[in-house]
Design a protein around this ligand. Structure first.
Ligand SMILES: [Zn+2]
Length: 381
């Protein structure tokens, strides 16, 4: 495929506004592109206008199934007036393409799709299958990955590459888990001059707040690759008016977990604390877990990791280290599949995801097409 066409494909999909929805339009664009090159694809509907896309090439000569995966949704552009150019009209300046999703992660997704098309056109020799899994709703709870995993789409996968923006800074093989939680405290209104007639929901919530901070912050839990377990209350609200004893209060927070101090353990400890506090007279606290993504720690020296490092060294002459990161990805869902398989996160990009003036280096994007191709032919040799 010509370089200009590769750039145009990325521009086209960045121009599709798939902000927490409308991924179907991206899936249909890619499906048509594959069709044009004689490759069939299938859709898995998540919701209205939200379809995952699955594409496969190769053969069943071996058990090997290499999955390439990327999400089709993007986060909101924020205040569009802050952008130098329209976030949904991608523009190239000084070798960088600007636009929402250029980096996170439509460039990775497009590079994977183009790599498959070129491999097919070149009749690359495969010993196994190469499957592209394009997902919906990664940014809002890894919804597509969860659905695809439940429906068996990764049960036969033997290795996976997720094209999230790592650039050449590091190939990611581990990331922390994430929990979003909410604690609600229910009390009873009364005039603030007669508190004995009411139940102060803020006081009770504050007990949880202090006790949980003590519980999760008094000792440090660390993973050698991922770093520290993190607990934070990030939002709090309560009360109805200044001269009323508050009947409602709530807080929300985000937790970043590590394998040695994992989601199940943390949620168990939170429930125990809530139960203990609710033993007290008039306490009525409830915990809800609004997102629960486990940490991922794949093998550092898996075949696919080594291949990625070798191919990058050969093609762009960089030694890329294997690293762990804080942010969660679709891997948190995919790794719940029937069989364990190594996963790496390796794609074009930089530090600009979710920011104003997000961009991808066009050369980095184009290089990743060739890197993905050689990774596939090496893994499926
Ligand atoms: Zn992403």
């Amino acid at each position: 495929m010509e370089k200009q066409e590769k750039i145009q494909i990325l521009k086209d999909i960045v121009a599709i506004k798939s902000v927490n929805g409308n991924e179907k339009e991206v899936a249909e664009y890619l499906s048509k592109l594959f069709k044009k090159h004689g490759i069939d694809s299938s859709f898995l509907e998540y919701d209205k206008d939200r379809d995952n896309l699955i594409v496969e090439i190769g053969n069943k000569n071996s058990e090997k199934v290499l999955a390439f995966s990327g999400h089709m949704d993007v986060v909101s552009a924020g205040n569009e007036a802050d952008w130098t150019s329209d976030p949904f009209k991608p523009e190239i300046r000084d070798g960088k393409m600007y636009g929402r999703g250029t980096c996170d992660m439509k460039s990775g997704l497009a590079a994977m799709a183009i790599a498959m098309i070129e491999l097919k056109e070149e009749n690359a020799a495969f010993n196994g299958r190469l499957r592209l899994i394009a997902t919906v709703g990664e940014e809002v709870g890894e919804l597509g990955a969860e659905q695809l995993t439940k429906e068996g789409y990764v049960d036969d996968v033997t290795s996976m590459v997720i094209g999230e923006p790592s650039g050449y800074a590091g190939i990611v093989y581990a990331h922390k888990g994430s929990i979003n939680f909410k604690v609600e405290s229910q009390g009873k209104n009364a005039h603030s001059s007669m508190p004995q007639l009411g139940v102060n929901a803020i006081d009770h919530l504050n007990d949880f707040y202090s006790r949980a901070n003590q519980l999760f912050r008094s000792e440090i839990h660390t993973d050698e690759v991922l770093g520290d377990f993190i607990y934070n209350v990030t939002m709090i609200s309560g009360g109805e008016q200044i001269n009323s004893i508050p009947s409602e209060a709530s807080l929300q927070g985000n937790i970043r977990t590590i394998p040695g101090y994992d989601n199940d353990l943390v949620i168990k400890k939170m429930n125990e604390l809530i139960d203990e506090l609710n033993q007290k007279d008039t306490y009525h606290l409830t915990l809800s877990i609004e997102a629960n993504k486990i940490s991922v720690k794949s093998e550092k020296d898996s075949d696919i990791a080594k291949i990625a490092q070798q191919v990058a060294k050969k093609q762009v002459n960089v030694d890329i280290p294997m690293v762990g990161v804080s942010g969660t990805t679709d891997a948190a869902e995919f790794t719940k599949g029937k069989k364990a398989f190594p996963v790496i996160i390796f794609g074009p990009g930089n530090e600009t995801p979710h920011q104003v003036d997000e961009y991808v280096d066009v050369d980095n994007y184009l290089e990743m097409v060739d890197i993905y191709k050689e990774m596939a032919t090496t893994y499926l040799a």
